[in-house]
Design a protein around this ligand. Structure first.
Ligand SMILES: Cc1cc2nc3c(=O)[nH]c(=O)nc-3n(C[C@H](O)[C@H](O)[C@H](O)COP(=O)(O)OP(=O)(O)OC[C@H]3O[C@@H](n4cnc5c(N)ncnc54)[C@H](O)[C@@H]3O)c2cc1C
Length: 482
């Protein structure tokens, strides 16, 4: 612990962001770096607790007090070594993670938690700038071949771990670029794709083979894949979107968030997406249905496309500003949050349900009919009842459905393999991370359901150890989740 009184002397600082009027004019990342001296003060707020609950809060088990202390002491190189020991991609989590570690920081009991996420990001930024992130090529090869299906954070973390264990690793991705939701879901203004590309350069230099445009189950039969490799990891995400089957759903102008966001990401990558294929919010009344992160990503995108008005609807009531008594520390705080996209504008509407879409004679959406709702809990089951007389309409020429995902897509790869599913519709696995098909493993959203990048990395690392054990009879790979 560098400074015994840091948590008394310094208050939690606020993450710097670029000014709203400036950032709305471009697609560049909105988060700005912290000055080193301020960040070091922030790191010194860490109390080096006897029982660091942040270790538990972080699915990766990041050694947070260790690197807070090293940052305070200006030892950035040791800090990145300690951070990389548990997290393959701190630049992704440092930028995008909602930071469950901060929710369980002991300082949060009676003060604001340490800015753990900002410290993490600054460490890895220093490491890239100083040339400390180098390829770690395996000294000995095992001769075993592993196929990783899906190139999101789960697949990439597993691939890097397996390569470092000496296996030949092929990452197969159906999209034209590597990255999963990091590439085509998360907008450029939240994380610039150069951040992803600089890490992919390291993975490629370590010898991981990337194959894009390779849809397993279509271009390569899944059963052939199992025959052609010694082990297969299914890390295909949970891409089946939740629909809203109300009257008028078929009107033109009603789209899933993941039909909308990738098109802008492609334009940001420099791809020419013709106007007739592009979905633009320019000059439109936009309604985003879903109050979560995906909805917020749609919101920030619509601002930059110069929407006329934007409403973001949420069926749940507005969360409280402070933790509710039934949501105590160290649980994840279910409180009202304002993301960067919310700071930029738009109106958030809580406790409403969409009854139907309204449309014109040409079949284009023109509005939404909404009802206010109250949540009821009967025998632990949640339902919503309409508030009498609360029906009203909102103008809308573009509706974006951001209500989450139902689970993995079954046709093709999963059906061909005959994998078993959990009651929640995700791919089932045993304690070795293996599905019911011998030699076929799974990790990330595909087995967990829609989740977070930090969980995907943690699961990728854990499944990698399961695979290494399966192939070699034992494994020295570190893993957080078994
Ligand atoms: C819009 C959006 C914003 C988000 N923002 C955040 C955030 O800010 N912070 C956060 O922590 N989490 C965020 N998430 C969640 C996070 O992105 C996911 O939890 C995470 O990416 C899951 O990683 P994964 O590797 O399991 O799957 P994915 O990232 O979904 O990657 C799966 C990949 O597998 C490929 N694939 C699927 N089937 C096949 C097949 N048969 N053959 C070949 N390839 C296949 C897909 O094309 C895809 O590229 C967001 C999600 C969305 C949708």
């Amino acid at each position: 612990m560098g400074k015994a009184t840091g948590f008394i002397e310094f208050k939690r600082g606020k993450q710097p962001y670029r000014a709203v009027p400036e950032r709305l004019l471009d697609w560049r990342q909105v988060m700005a770096p912290w000055p080193d001296d301020v960040l070091k003060q922030q790191a010194s707020r860490c109390m080096d607790c006897g029982i660091p609950f942040c270790h538990e809060g972080c699915p990766l088990g990041n050694l947070i007090p260790d690197w807070n202390d090293l940052v305070y002491r200006d030892d950035w190189q040791d800090a990145i070594a300690r951070l990389h020991a548990t997290n393959n991609f701190p630049e992704f989590t440092g930028t995008l993670c909602p930071a469950p570690c901060e929710g369980s920081c002991v300082l949060g009991i009676n003060d604001s938690p340490v800015t753990i996420k900002a410290v993490e990001l600054t460490i890895i930024d220093h490491a890239f700038a100083s040339g400390w992130v180098k390829p770690e090529v395996p000294a000995v090869l095992t001769g075993k071949r592993v196929a990783v299906v899906g190139s999101g954070p789960a697949g990439l973390a597993a691939a890097q771990q397996l390569r470092r264990a000496g296996h030949e690793v092929h990452v197969l991705e159906r999209a034209d670029r590597i990255g999963g939701l990091l590439r085509y879901g998360i907008p450029e203004f939240k994380m610039e794709k150069r951040v992803l590309d600089q890490r992919l350069a390291q993975l490629a230099a370590e010898g991981i083979v990337f194959r894009t445009g390779c849809h397993v189950g279509v271009d390569w039969s899944a059963t052939d894949l199992v025959r052609d490799f010694d082990a297969v990891l299914l890390a295909g995400g949970a891409c089946a979107p939740r629909d809203l089957p109300v009257p008028g759903r078929e009107f033109m102008g009603v789209h899933f968030a993941m039909e909308y966001l990738p098109l802008q990401n492609r334009r940001c990558e420099g791809d020419s997406v013709p106007d007739h294929q592009f979905i633009s919010a320019e000059d439109k009344h936009v309604v985003i249905i879903g109050g979560g992160d995906t909805g917020a990503d749609c919101l920030g995108t619509t601002h930059r496309q110069r929407a006329r008005s934007v409403h973001q609807l949420e069926i749940l009531a507005r969360p409280p500003d402070e933790r509710a008594p039934e949501n105590p520390w160290p649980q994840w705080p279910n409180i009202y949050r304002v993301s960067a996209a919310h700071e930029e504008g738009g109106e958030r509407v809580y406790a409403v349900s969409t009854k139907r879409f309204l449309g014109d004679a040409a079949g284009h959406v023109t509005g939404l009919e909404l009802a206010e709702v109250r949540m009821k809990r009967v025998d632990g089951r949640v339902s919503f009842e309409e508030v009498p007389g609360s029906i009203h309409a909102l103008p809308c020429d573009l509706a974006l459905l951001a209500m989450g995902f139902l689970g993995p897509e079954r046709p093709g790869m999963l059906d061909q393999l005959g994998v078993r599913f959990t009651d929640r519709g995700n791919v089932w696995r045993d304690e070795r991370w293996m599905t019911n098909v011998p030699g076929v493993f799974t990790a990330g959203d595909m087995q967990r359901g829609q989740s977070l990048i930090v969980w995907a990395i943690a699961e990728g690392r854990s499944a990698a150890r399961g695979i290494d054990r399966y192939l070699m009879g034992g494994s020295d790979l570190p893993a957080p989740l078994d």
